[in-house]
Design a protein around this ligand. Structure first.
Ligand SMILES: Cc1cc2nc3c(=O)[nH]c(=O)nc-3n(C[C@H](O)[C@H](O)[C@H](O)COP(=O)(O)OP(=O)(O)OC[C@H]3O[C@@H](n4cnc5c(N)ncnc54)[C@H](O)[C@@H]3O)c2cc1C
Length: 484
């Protein structure tokens, strides 16, 4: 459909920067997985280039900036806003960072310098014998470069914070005519000797440069963990329930994750094991997965962590009318319920997803408004609201699933109506965020410009110029940056 504009000369020149495994041509089956986005269809890259070092990334970027070739960086390709695949034009070169695979740990400093292509699971596997962990928990398996670029949040943010709070140093290749490599931060936990420039690169979806390495602060691996499903007596009591849990368990409270019945039904699919978490298969309208953990082994005479959870909950049950029920179960299975939600809701219809966040006490009010004002009043008969999220930190993944049977044109109309309602309610009325933890990409670029663009010209220019994918070639922040 589109003519590739990467001529033979450019292809030949770019191939010289990498080894024989570093180039994947457009018309190969190997390219398919690089073009496939986790949620929103497929891209169409000119080719995939796979450097192994920061020096190779630098040469490639410099070449592309000078030759006016657009570049899209990709690490784990689990991003949910279409930022990690090329657009449909076949004009963009996809740079996969997956071969940047180094891990150097410093046990005394409790840090690791990690290549952008290292998967979260691989990092944690390597840290296991040191009894350390990079504690960001998500239902996907992203890589470090993408996690820095999107500032991943996840299910245990309540306890450990986001990626930003663990990033002590970054190696970045700028999209300028020289492909300048910069090192920001030195693995120090405290450093006020100047402006902390690395923050500009964290959570900015790769628009300012390509992250090739990160020095990460690690935490102690939890030695004792217990989880429970809590059934609050209504949405309104959830903020109070959260406070009660925090007072009861202190900073041992590691997760407080909300799951609606509709999301659970889709996430469990036909799995009898997962369904067994609910007596007689009765799923309450809203359930919270709460986890407590300790970073040390149980000492003699100390109460077992599951017993502690039970006793603590008894006290919460007796003190106030916060809880309708609590269900204990197999720890792994309870988390499997939570981690199955994202793919479960995606597979059952045309998905209209929102990644929102609010002040903690406002998140459930917002959900109530959506249910009462939007779903009941408008009576969308072929749309199911499947929400879940990191309710302990104000995060709400609001997903509308439109039945497959609805005609495509009508699906798009419904989707647009939902977007208008949700964004104005969440951002304008509730003063929440339209992108809590998934970053900015083609999926939410328009809304980014609507709500943020006018406030910051630099960012607005950056994103509108970079438009449909966060390409870096010929970037405003590269060759043309002196103009600003
Ligand atoms: C089932 C599922 C559940 C998820 N749950 C969560 C969740 O709970 N919390 C959460 O925060 N996210 C979640 N995500 C989203 C996703 O996993 C995160 O955004 C993740 O951090 C992306 O990392 P990645 O390595 O896959 O990045 P990619 O998808 O490869 O890239 C993401 C963005 O970063 C840019 N980028 C990638 N690598 C680099 C680099 N080296 N330098 C500069 N820019 C780069 C890309 O161009 C793109 O814009 C989920 C995704 C899935 C599929």
């Amino acid at each position: 459909m589109f003519e590739s504009r990467l001529g033979i000369a450019h292809e030949k020149a770019l191939k010289l920067f990498v080894d024989e495994l570093g180039w994947i041509a457009a018309d190969t089956t190997e390219i398919v997985r690089y073009n496939q986005s986790a949620r929103h269809g497929t891209g169409n890259a000119l080719a995939v280039i796979r450097p192994r070092t920061s020096a190779e990334v630098s040469k490639i970027l410099a070449y592309c900036v000078n030759a006016d070739i657009q570049v899209v960086p990709q690490s784990g390709n689990t991003g949910l806003v279409l930022g990690s695949v090329a657009d449909a034009s076949r004009q963009q070169l996809l740079m996969s960072l997956e071969r940047l695979q180094s891990i150097e740990t410093d046990t005394d400093n409790r840090t690791a310098v990690v290549g952008a292509g290292v998967r979260l699971s691989a990092l944690n596997a390597a840290l296991a014998e040191l009894e350390l962990i990079f504690p960001i928990d998500v239902s996907s398996d992203p890589s470090i470069g993408g996690m820095i670029a999107t500032n991943t949040g996840g299910s245990r943010l309540l306890k450990y914070g986001d990626v930003r709070q663990h990033a002590l140093g970054l190696t970045i290749v700028l999209a300028d005519a020289e492909g300048t490599v910069i090192q920001l931060g030195r693995g120090l936990r405290k450093d006020n000797s100047g402006i902390d420039w690395k923050q500009l690169f964290i959570g900015s979806s790769g628009v300012f440069g390509i992250i090739t390495k990160a020095e990460l602060a690690l935490t102690l691996r939890p030695q004792q963990q217990a989880a429970v499903l809590l059934v609050p007596s209504g949405y309104a009591v959830i903020p109070e329930l959260l406070r009660a849990m925090e007072l009861q368990f202190g900073d041992a409270l590691t997760a407080f994750e909300g799951m609606s019945k509709a999301a659970l039904e889709r996430g469990m699919g036909d799995s009898p094991v997962l369904k067994s978490a609910f007596p007689e298969g009765n799923i309450p309208p809203y359930v919270i997965l709460a986890e407590i953990s300790r970073s040390y082994s149980q000492y003699q005479g100390e109460i077992d962590i599951e017993q502690w959870l039970t006793i603590g909950l008894e006290s919460i049950f007796s003190d106030a009318e916060l809880l309708a029920d609590a269900m204990f179960g197999n720890y792994q299975q309870l988390w499997a319920l939570r981690h199955g939600l994202s793919s479960g809701v995606q597979s059952t219809g045309y998905l209209v997803p929102f990644d929102l966040s609010f002040k903690r006490n406002k998140a459930v009010q917002f959900i109530e408004d959506v249910e009462a004002e939007l779903m009941k009043k408008h009576a969308f008969s072929q749309v199911t609201l499947c929400h879940f999220g990191h309710i302990g930190d104000g995060g709400v993944h609001l997903n509308f699933v439109i039945e497959h049977a609805v005609e495509e044109e009508h699906q798009i109309q419904i989707s647009e109506a939902l977007k208008t309602w949700v964004f104005s309610k969440a951002v304008e009325e509730y003063q929440g965020s339209f992108s809590a933890e998934h970053g900015v990409g083609p999926v939410n670029n328009k809304i980014y410009q609507l709500y943020t663009g006018h406030k910051c010209k630099l960012w607005a220019d950056g994103f509108s110029e970079l438009s449909s994918a966060n390409w870096l070639g010929n970037s405003k922040f590269g060759r043309d940056s002196e103009e600003h």
